[in-house]
Design a protein around this ligand. Structure first.
Ligand SMILES: C[S@@+](CC[C@H](N)C(=O)[O-])C[C@H]1O[C@@H](n2cnc3c(N)ncnc32)[C@H](O)[C@@H]1O
Length: 309
């Protein structure tokens, strides 16, 4: 596991965004290989604490090695959607900062047997947590035509969803990633290079469903904000528009919760802002970072701070 390869994206922007206090409690809800985690732990003194959460056992093992030189870290295999339970078990009431670096790690994409990548052949799996039951195989081979079209449209924003799904249904059972790739390629007309790899959108859509990536994200962000200490920060990196939309609207709702009609001269609903948004526009990686790490290209970082009221 020593070769867990993942370049942490927007690293300095995240540590600055978290405004780290040396004695604070910081939660990295997507610890992965511990790249961001190590940068946070570096800034803590012996009273500080970094809690790293990941639902992938391989990530937890890698982070254990990466973070072994720091004594103020705890690693927990869990889903960050269970953040309330995780903190309750640790008897922690509130934290000084949360970080979410959403989506899939380079390590997961590059693990040849896990089925995340359209670049090499593997069984259709795509589970981040290998203890979960539903795999990509179950979805590709078990869902109805209508369900699959909806998934590809909604989670892949794939304009050729209907054509792809027709071919999938005709080819069932589809067993491996490269079998799926050739089905997708046979369904697509010529696509310009800007459209990306022909299988990119379908793979993203199926991965989102296998891992239930978006269903609880808004609720989790709300829970994390509730668990922040006053002036605590939350930093979230997203990699596609669906994730970013959830982060943006969640922050907006908590920063400006007033439901009164615009025509009202003053607020009567009484809903108070819980956060202030630190990054009005999402922070994007610079040219140097995208040249060095092309996977960072689509990253967007949003930062918010808990208000003290
Ligand atoms: C982009 S990687 C994070 C990489 C990490 N920041 C680093 O520097 O190495 C995302 C990680 O989040 C994990 N993950 C995704 N959704 C999760 C969830 N709901 N709960 C816990 N971990 C999750 C994935 O398993 C993956 O390891």
């Amino acid at each position: 596991m020593l070769n867990f390869s993942h370049n942490p994206v927007l690293l300095n922007e995240c540590t600055e965004g978290l405004d780290i206090k040396p004695d604070g409690i910081y939660i990295d809800g997507t610890i992965g290989g511990g790249g961001h985690g190590a940068a946070i732990a570096e800034k803590l003194d012996t009273n500080g604490l970094l809690i790293g959460i990941d639902r992938d056992e391989a990530a937890i093992s890698a982070a254990k090695i990466r973070l072994q030189k720091f004594h103020n870290t705890k690693l927990i295999k869990s889903n960050h959607d269970n953040i309330r339970q995780v903190l309750e078990d640790l008897k922690i009431e509130a934290a000084d900062g949360f970080l979410l670096d959403l989506g899939v790690s380079s390590h997961q994409l590059d693990s040849k047997d896990r089925g995340f990548s359209y670049r090499w052949d593997a069984p259709l799996d795509m589970r981040m947590d290998t203890c979960e039951n539903i795999t990509a195989y179950d979805i590709i081979n078990g869902y109805s035509e209508g369900e699959l079209v909806k998934i590809l449209f909604e989670y892949g924003e794939e304009r050729y969803a209907k054509k792809i799904v027709k071919k999938i249904i005709a080819a069932r059972p589809v067993k491996t990633t490269l079998q799926l790739v050739s089905i997708i390629e046979s369904a697509l007309p010529y696509t310009p290079p800007a459209y990306g790899h022909p299988a990119m959108r379908t793979f993203q859509a199926i991965r989102i469903v296998v891992n239930k990536e978006l269903i609880l994200l808004g609720k989790t962000i709300k829970n994390m904000v509730e668990l922040l200490k006053p002036k605590g920060r939350i930093c979230i990196i997203s990699f596609h528009s669906l994730e970013d939309r959830i982060v943006k609207t969640s922050f907006k709702k908590m920063a400006d919760p007033c439901e009164c009609p615009k025509s009202m001269p003053y607020c009567v609903c009484g809903k108070q802002p819980e956060i202030k948004i630190i990054s009005r526009k999402p922070i994007r990686p610079g040219a140097d970072e995208t040249a060095e790490n092309p996977r960072s290209k689509s990253a967007k970082l949003r930062i918010a701070e808990k208000l003290s009221n």
